[in-house]
Design a protein around this ligand. Structure first.
Ligand code: MCA
Ligand code: AMP
Length: 507
């Protein structure tokens, strides 16, 4: 009966008839939730959403703690024909206000602790219904779910219908909503499940947040599609992960996970029975890859993706997982390297802009046709903003970013967004925000600030001034006050020079 709904059908298929098989082993509650119970709850949530007046295509925004209830909301939204719109729990009220006004969701689901703050923000954005999910699985949504009818007829959804919108920061400081179709999400997860050989016998350590592609569409969708189970952790904690490893088969993480796990004494013993470690969202240093291999005997499998495209390339499951590369284009994904200026295809081996095309590519940016046209070519190739090359054996190397982006611990920070906030603060003339190497986060945010003429600036006042305006992970780990920013003859700020000058600031 799920067959009418393209994505839900594919998320359900592997567990049909295996209702008692475990899906989530919830670390917080200590309970294991079976596939049957999980989908019954997701159907009840779909009923609650329909009761609340959700129509096909309506958005359901959620900024809630990582819980089983939030995963039920994801699947429930898909079943109800809605568009799931998860938001980073670190976002502040002003940041949330932008997303709500832009996406105009029918429903907002938030942490009960934020309800008072978000009520007026949601009302301003025209949100019809606010529900809550707390970190202990309580809240108004779980309450309504428990009183709802257990069966729901999934709303008909075609491959090209939207299943989710995920916001990704824009170079101008304005985030863009990447529109993801049922087909894009389903096809990519199906490909990855096969490529990485996930089966019902897998037990995945799930410690990533579920408001981004990596934790939601890669880790969760693959588990559902394989009918495997997840050890579901609210967040990353090295000791807890080590405790679970002997009961698990696989883990997905950002490079910071691997750097931190390498500091644990018992890693080699704990990792013995694991079959797969996947890394992505940011570059994994070859040094981390090699150390992991030396300690555990496992070669981390690195892959490369984006919010707009889900996963594009992966190192092989069987075959050499080459450190410092992101492997080969996935089956069905085409990858070309082009001249960043002209867009012309470059000869093999040359460094240029990576462009990708395939069923995984998004349908465009929400209500931003000009932005869509700038980045998504008419022939279907998406201009990633990443610079790379393909070596003689076909492995893709990412050598840099054409876009002005900092990736800190797997979270993206757009310097412009931070600079705009800093420049608003009293006594600031201008600022330049850069990423510098950081042993734990890979890159860390640093702000170089010039005071107004005659003004005295204390770095702490910048830090305090940003509180409540920007999510903590976007805030500079260090603020430097200088007399002037380096510029070229055209007057353009030389960020490269700043990055070189401060390369060892935090390492
Ligand atoms: C936390 N903090 C950070 C970060 N995380 N600062 C900079 N960068 C970060 N990533 C700050 C907090 O604001 C806080 O600061 C202090 O560090 C401690 O916070 P806590 O929550 O305890 O940190 P943590 O639990 O140690 O978190 C680090 C983490 C986490 C586990 C690496 O950031 C994480 O789970 N990252 C994964 C992100 C992810 O899933 N990315 C996938 C995006 P203060 O004390 O000052 O308040 S999807 C994607 O990129 C594409 C599509 C792809 O290819 O996957
Ligand atoms: P997001 O905007 O969160 O979708 O982040 C996507 C960006 O993360 C990509 O455009 C890359 O710059 C980066 N990224 C993801 N995976 C990798 C990887 N394995 N190596 C290097 N960069 C990566």
């Amino acid at each position: 009966m799920y067959s009418a709904n393209y994505l839900a059908n594919r998320l359900r298929k592997a567990s049909l008839g295996r209702e008692d098989a475990p899906f989530l082993r919830n670390h917080q509650t200590g309970e294991t939730v079976s596939y049957g119970a999980f989908f019954a709850n997701a159907e009840r949530v779909a009923s609650v959403l329909a009761q609340a007046g959700l129509k096909p295509g309506d958005r359901v925004a959620v900024q809630a703690p990582k819980t089983q209830a939030m995963l039920e909301l994801y699947v429930g939204t898909v079943l109800a024909g809605g568009v799931f719109l998860p938001l980073n729990t670190a976002y502040t009220g002003p940041e949330l206000s932008y997303f709500l006004k832009d996406a105009k969701p029918h429903v907002l689901v938030c942490d009960p602790e934020k309800l008072d703050e978000l009520k007026s923000i949601a009302a301003d954005a025209g949100v019809a219904e606010i529900l809550t999910i707390g970190s202990d699985e309580s809240g108004s949504l779980p309450n309504l779910r428990d009183g709802a009818e257990p069966e729901f007829d999934p709303v008909v959804r075609a491959p090209e219908d939207l299943a989710a919108i995920l916001y990704t920061s824009g170079t101008t400081g304005r985030s863009k909503g990447a529109m993801l179709t049922h087909k894009a999400l389903a096809s990519n997860s199906e490909t990855l499940k096969d490529y990485w050989q996930f089966t019902k016998d897998d037990v995945l350590i799930h410690a990533l947040p579920i408001f981004h592609t990596h934790g939601l569409f890669v880790a969760t969708n693959i588990s559902l599609m394989a009918g495997s189970s997840c050890i579901f952790l609210a967040g990353f904690d090295a000791a807890t992960i080590l405790d679970y490893m002997p009961k698990a088969t696989s883990m997905m993480g950002v490079p910071t996970f691997y750097v931190r796990l390498l500091e644990q004494d018992d890693l080699a013993e704990a990792a013995k029975g694991m079959r797969l470690f996947v890394s992505g969202s940011a570059p994994l240093l070859a040094e981390t890859h090699d150390r992991w291999n030396a300690v555990t005997g496992h070669a981390i499998l690195e892959r490369y993706g984006m919010t707009e495209t889900n996963m594009n390339t992966s190192n092989p499951y069987d075959g050499e997982r080459r450190a410092g590369t992101v492997g080969f284009p996935l089956p069905g994904v085409e990858l070309i390297v082009t001249d960043p200026e002209t867009g012309a295809k470059l000869p093999d081996g040359e460094i240029g802009m990576l462009e990708v095309r395939g069923p995984n590519v998004f349908a465009g940016y929400w209500q931003m046709p000009e932005k869509t046209a700038e980045e998504l070519r008419e022939n279907g190739f998406f201009i990633t903003g990443d610079l790379g090359r393909v070596d003689e054996d076909g492995y893709v190397h990412i050598v840099g970013r054409g876009k002005d982006l900092i990736i800190s611990g797997g979270y993206n920070v757009y310097p412009k967004e931070v600079e705009l906030e800093i420049d608003e603060l009293p006594g600031v003339d201008e600022s330049a925000v850069i990423g510098v190497p950081h042993a734990d986060f890979g890159e860390a945010v640093v702000a170089v600030v010039v005071p107004e003429k005659g003004a005295r600036l204390d770095p702490d006042t910048i830090t305090t001034g940003l509180t409540g305006k920007l999510a903590r992970f976007k805030q500079p780990k260090r603020v430097l006050v200088v007399d002037a920013l380096p510029r070229n003859t055209m007057g353009k700020v030389q960020k490269k020079q700043l990055r070189e000058e401060y390369a060892r600031l935090l390492s």
